[in-house]
Ligand binder design. Structure first.
Ligand code: GLN
Length: 446
């Protein structure tokens, strides 16, 4: 009730929700009954949360903030939703996002503008802007988002909350509407690191319905809280502190690094020169996969269908032209081009080769250090319209986050300070399946 009241009070301004579920209170009452009857329930029982609108929940709409899926109702639960339900979570509603998770400001939603709770004139980041803003505005205790190139960490940074992208394969993607399947991962937004550990406990682990999910033991992540940081080796990649990072952001990150040193961490400079190619590689691979994944939205099998059409080709063309927004169309065109015969070798195949170089460089770095830290976002929350007219400018928002997805590594954004009264997030990157080590450092610094 408290959360629903809070939503009632602030969501007209923040506009994080695309839908608040009417039956949420009934679910909560059912769970209350179990608690009162003495049943021993898991950690998340009865706690209100929200999901990004690209995660399927049986009997509920899942729109990806696109006109294409405006009235599409999911016939099944995503594995994460199934696991949350088993944990007694109370799912309050669907949260706004950039259309099909493409964007860094949530301005690409077909339905509404989500505002940054710290300054309503500014964006919450994206693409999981609704998920970040809802937690920051106190509308829910936690939420789920998806991160393909930074869509959990960047909005978490801009909204002053914790955002965790697990290792690729850690969390099942079954029931997550695919954007770029080799990069997508689901993860939590929380108010603090302890809550992130609790949510990860609930959602991580092998799932037979996702062939890319990995059978790696899921430890109790809360055992990594309150750990000594003495002797933990932390690398600062010099390429992530250079040109393009705002001075105000740099200053807060440098302060955070001093705190890490005070806590006993051994901080040293490292170099990841291949990172300069990450953005190019990302926008080729992500767009290529998107162009293939989004081919299913043809006006026949799913979602929106144009009203007047002459023949089947005309139906495809009109449905897709009218159903998709301009950023989605841009990605489909870029991806189709990069995959087409004659260009495949020069773009897609080349990007895959550079991806391998990026992976190898991270692997080498982790022979020397336990964790790598950097700014999450090159700037604090920006104003509406500031970058939306220039796609390249918008793409630069992802400069610190995309290398992590390309390599499939886990990383968190944790709030460490303010610049011009706007939150700044520190990104902590770990080695494969070392979410626990990330939690220790993040908990130390928060
Ligand atoms: N901003 C990036 C993009 O537009 C990342 C999106 C994401 O992680 N879903 O592709």
């Amino acid at each position: 009730k408290l959360c629903l009241e809070r939503i009632e009070k602030v969501d007209a301004k923040v506009e994080a929700f695309l839908e608040v579920f009417e039956d949420a209170l009934d679910t909560a009452k059912e769970i209350d009954k179990k608690i009162l009857s003495g049943e021993n329930l898991p950690d998340l029982a009865g706690i209100p949360m929200g999901i990004k609108d690209n995660i399927c929940m049986e009997g509920k709409k899942v729109t990806c903030a696109s006109k294409m899926l405006e009235n599409f109702v999911s016939p099944y639960d995503a594995t994460v939703v199934e696991r949350l339900k088993k944990n007694g979570a109370v799912i309050l509603g669907r949260l706004n996002m950039d259309e099909f998770a493409m964007g860094s400001s949530t301005e690409n939603s077909a339905f509404k503008k989500t505002r940054n709770p710290y300054d309503l004139e500014r964006v919450p980041g994206g693409s999981s802007g609704g998920s970040a803003a809802a937690v920051a505005a106190g509308e829910v205790y936690y939420s789920l988002g998806s991160d393909t190139g930074g869509s959990i960490r960047q909005p978490a940074s801009l909204c002053g909350v914790v955002g965790f992208k697990p290792t690729y394969g850690r969390v099942s993607r079954y029931g997550l509407v695919a954007f770029a399947s080799s990069l997508d991962q689901i993860g939590p937004f929380t108010r603090d690191v302890e809550d992130a550990a609790l949510v990860l406990n609930a959602i991580c682990g092998k799932d037979d319905k996702d062939s890319t999910s990995k059978d790696v033991a899921v430890e109790d992540f809360t055992t990594y809280l309150n750990k000594s940081l003495k002797g933990v080796k932390v690398g600062l990649p010099k390429e992530y502190f250079g040109e393009g990072i705002d001075d105000g952001v740099k200053k807060e990150i440098e302060k955070a690094i001093e705190v890490l040193k005070d806590l006993g961490a051994e901080v040293k400079q490292i170099s990841l020169p291949m990172s300069q190619y990450a953005l190019s590689v990302y926008y080729i691979l992500a767009s290529s996969e998107a162009s293939s994944n989004l081919a299913r939205f043809d006006g026949i099998r799913y979602g929106y269908r144009a009203k007047d059409f002459e023949d089947i080709i005309d139906l495809y063309v009109k449905s897709r032209s009218q159903g998709f927004g301009s950023e989605v169309k841009r990605r489909i065109m870029l991806g189709t081009y990069a995959l087409s015969s004659g260009y495949y070798d020069a773009y897609y195949k080349k990007a895959l080769k550079v991806k391998t170089l990026i992976i190898n460089e991270f692997k080498k770095a982790f022979e020397d250090v336990n964790l790598i830290v950097s700014p999450t976002s090159p700037s604090v929350a920006f104003k509406f319209g500031e970058k939306s007219s220039d796609p390249l400018k918008m793409y630069l928002s992802d400069i610190c986050t995309v290398p992590v997805n390309i390599a499939g590594l886990p990383a968190v954004s944790v709030p460490v300070g303010f610049s011009d009264n706007l939150p700044v997030g520190l990104q902590i990157i770990g080695n494969y399946f070392k979410e626990g080590e990330i939690i220790s450092l993040a908990h130390g610094i928060e």
